[in-house]
Design a protein around this ligand. Sequence first.
Ligand SMILES: Nc1ncnc2c1ncn2[C@@H]1O[C@H](COP(=O)(O)OP(=O)(O)OP(=O)(O)O)[C@@H](O)[C@H]1O
Length: 554
Amino acid sequence: MAVHHEEPTSTSRKLHFPLDSSAYQILGEIGSGVSAVVYKALCPSVNSAVVAIKSIDLDRSRSDFDAFRRETKTMSLLSHPNILSAHCSFTVDRRLWVVMPFMSAGSIQSVISSSFPNGMSEPCIAVILKETLNALSYLHDQGHLHRDIKASNILMDSDGSVKLADFGVSASVYEPNYLNSNSSSKTSSFRLTDVAGTPYWMAPEVVHSHNGYGCKADIWSLGITALELAHGGPPLSHLPPSKSLLLRITKRFNFSDYETRGGTDKNKSKKFSKSFKDLVGLCLDQDPNKRPSAEKLLKHSFFKNCKGVDFLAKNLLNGLPSVEERFRVLGGVLSKNDEDEDEDDDDDESARARVRNRRISGWNFNEDGLDLHPVFPTESGSDSGGNSVFPTESSSESVGKMVRFSGETIIRLSSESHESFLSSPGRVVEEEGAHLVRGDESGESMESNLSSLVGVDSNAGGVDREAMVSGLTAFMRSLDEQRSNVVTLIGLLRGEEVGEVMLSREEQMGQVIERMRVELENERERNFQLEMELEFLRIQISGAYTTTSAGSID
Ligand SMILES: Nc1ncnc2c1ncn2[C@@H]1O[C@H](COP(=O)(O)OP(=O)(O)OP(=O)(O)O)[C@@H](O)[C@H]1O
C-alpha cells in the first residue's frame, strides 16, 4: 500500500498523529457521501485517541486533489474553537485520508434526521447558529469562505460544543480565482467565480457566479440552514435538487411562503418568533450587499438570551442513538433511495435523502442525472404550463453558447432575430443523439425544434441568427476535433500506424485518451454553469406565468 506522507497540520503537530493507515484501527463507518466515507477509528499510538477519518476517493471525487489539499491546508491554518481542525492528512493509494477529532454526536443534520425530523426548538437553533456564526465571523475575517454551510457540515460533541467542518469547497481570497472589486475592505471585496456548494443552500449569486460572489454567500446558506434546523430540511427539499435550487433563487420564494406552507412538514404549520423570522429574512436577502456580515448577525436580537452549549447537550443528546447507529439506519435509507431514485422522483423522503449526498461543485451535479433537463422537449409543456414565453434576457455573454448535457446538446438563445433565423431554413447541422436543427426540415419544423431545445414557446420571442450560426459552427469544429480523435483511436486499436510519431501504440492511445478526457472535463465544467443559467431562465419564465396566474410557486 503506497503511503505518501504529508505535513501534519499545525494544531496537531504536538500530538504526532501517524501518517500511516496501518496505525489506525477502524471501528466502524459513521458517514458516507458520493466520494467519501467517514470512519470512527482508534489511534493506539496516541493515547488510543478516538478519531474520525474521512477517506476521500480521489478518482470518484468531483473536486480535484488540489481542492482537498486546500481543505486540509485551510483547516491547518485556522484555529478557532468553532472550527474543526484536522490532526493530519495523507494519501493511501488513490484515497486521501483526513484524520480529525471525533465529534461524538455527529452532524447536526444526522441529529435532526434521527430525533427532530420536523425541526428543533428556537433556543436550540439559536445556540447552533450562534456557534456557527462565531466560526464564520472568524473565517471571513481570515479571508476565507466556507461555501458549503449546512447542518451536515456542523458537528457536535458530547458536551454540546459545535464546530464547523468540511472545508472541501472552501476558498481563500488569497487564491487566484477571485475578482477584485473597487471596495477596499478585504472581506467584502473578493469575488469568487466558480460554482460550489449544495443546491438547496446555494446563494443566488453563486449560481450566477460569472458576476462573482463573496462571503455573503455563506450568510445566505446560513439562512437556509436556519430553516433546515427549524423545519427538518431546507426549503423545497421535497423537490429534486435542480428545481429547488432554481425556484429558491428566484424572488418568487420568500420565507413567508415557506412558513405558511409548514416547511417540509406538510401536516403542521409552525409558528416562529419575530426575531427568528427577521434574522432569516436578513440572511436571505436576494441582494448580497444587504445581507449583514457574520459579525453583525451575532448582535441580532435573536441571540439576545442565547443559552450555552450545555443547553444543547441537555436538549439534543438525550436518548440520541450513537453516530454509528444513526448511520446504520440512515445509511440503509440512503442506499435504498439511490437505487430507487429513477422510479420515484417526487417522493419527499427520497428527494430529501438524496440531497444529503449531493453537492454542487462544477459539473458533477449533472453526473447524478437528476432533474436538470433543459433540453427535454417533452418536459417543456409541463414545466411552463404550456404558457411560457421565450427568454427576453439578451446579453453578449449569453448568446450562442452551447451546452452538452448527458449526451444531449442545447444551445443558448438570445431573444433577438428569431424570425430572421426561422425564415432561412435549410442549414445542415446534425449530430447523432443530439437535439439539433436538421437541414431538411421546414422553417416551422425548425422553429419547433428550436423551441424544444430550450423548452419554451418560441412564438413569444426570437433567436439570434448570427449567434446561432457562430455557436453551431463552433460546435461543428468541436465535433471535427472529437471525430479526428476517435478516428485516431480506432486506427490505433486496429494496429494502424498513426503519423510518424515514434511513440509506442499504447503511448499514442494513452495520449489520445488523455486529450479526450481533458476536453470532456473542460466541456463539462463550462457546461455546468450554462445549464444553471438556462434552467434559471426557464424557471423565471414559468415563474412569471405561475405567479401571474396562481400567485404560488407550485
Ligand atoms: N469528525 C467527525 N466526527 C464525527 N462524525 C463525523 C465527523 N466527520 C463527519 N462525521 C459524520 O459523517 C457524516 C458524513 O460526513 P461527510 O463530511 O462525508 O459528508 P456530508 O457533509 O454529509 O456530505 P457532503 O460533505 O458530501 O455534502 C456526517 O454527516 C457526520 O455525521
